[in-house]
Design a protein around this ligand. Structure first.
Ligand SMILES: [Fe+2]
Ligand SMILES: [Fe+2]
Length: 294
């Protein structure tokens, strides 16, 4: 009797540094009144950001999965795509839960979520190649945002401790999979023209919808009648040297002819945060439903 050799196990996300971690965050039942630096304007910006992740990440995954067949011959990239997809799906699920907490707090975060979902339907009408270029741009944004959150103390000092860990975990995984979209884009052949076009396209759709959503929350919560809060919130986000200003000033590198996410090395930062969150004494180790699937 002949026995056939066992088929080699296919690589999974966890084998290539992109482990989907099944987490069930212990979210607070009740939020502090203003979770970002005790400022309503900045808190509503954070709530808007959380609200737009589920539709955004759904778009990212779809635009990458569209080209899945093109990466089948590259076992490593195929596994990284699988890890990326699984991580993004879990991010959306946990942000959905956080968005529920924001809703309980009285913030109608479904408005920015729906606005961005509608904006993305416009991008859906463009070519799959252009959609992938837009995703690569938005993944560059999330990677820069993530690096900023992890590399400074500011976010942890300003944001209510009850909800920071979800953002820290999300930030770590955004860095772990930051180059997947771009590597798939390279497989199909990147185009400088498409990358340039992605910028106004994303700004005119997702950018406008996000600002609309933030504005809606500010009006609905009556913050627009509090100029001191608006001024301080704007300063905390977009003032010189502040959070979003730092992130936005790092965006133009995306249009550099030889751009690649890995040219900016964040491996040490990732390793440090993997240890802090998921090491033996990791603050989130206990909240893992099970070890990352292999
Ligand atoms: Fe994500
Ligand atoms: Fe991502």
């Amino acid at each position: 009797m002949t026995t056939s050799a066992p088929r080699p196990r296919r690589l999974q996300g966890a084998d290539v540094g992109i482990p989907p971690r099944q987490l069930d965050f212990r979210l607070p039942e009740k939020l502090a009144p203003w979770a970002y630096a005790d400022n309503a304007t900045a808190t509503l910006f954070l709530a808007m950001l959380s609200a737009i992740f589920p539709p955004g990440e759904d778009f990212f995954v779809r635009s990458v999965v569209h080209f899945r067949d093109r990466v089948q011959g590259d076992e490593d990239l195929r596994a990284r795509v699988a890890g990326f997809t699984a991580q993004e799906v879990i991010h959306s699920r946990e942000h959905d839960r956080l968005n529920g907490v924001f809703q309980e707090r009285g913030f109608p975060v479904e408005v920015p979520e729906k606005a961005v979902a509608a904006a993305l339907t416009v991008l859906h009408r463009t070519s799959p190649r252009l959609q992938l270029a837009c995703t690569a741009l938005m993944e560059h944004f999330t990677a820069v945002l993530a690096e900023d959150i992890l590399s400074t103390d500011e976010f942890r000092e300003r944001v209510d401790a009850d909800i920071t860990e979800l953002w820290l975990w999300h930030a770590l995984e955004e860095l772990e999979h930051k180059s997947v979209t771009y590597d798939v884009y390279e497989v199909i052949g990147t185009s400088e023209r498409e990358r340039r076009l992605a910028v106004p396209l994303v700004l005119a759709t997702v950018g406008v919808a996000a600002l609309y959503g933030w504005g809606y929350l500010l009006v609905q919560q009556g913050v627009w009648r509090r100029p001191a809060d608006l001024r301080e919130g704007w300063r905390l986000m977009f003032g010189r040297g502040q959070f979003m200003r730092r992130v936005l000033t790092r965006m133009p590198v995306f249009n550099h002819p030889r751009f690649h996410p890995d040219k900016h090395d964040t491996r040490e930062l990732e390793q440090r945060w993997r240890e802090i969150l998921f090491g033996t004494e990791g603050s989130l180790t206990e909240q893992l439903r099970r070890p990352p699937q292999r």
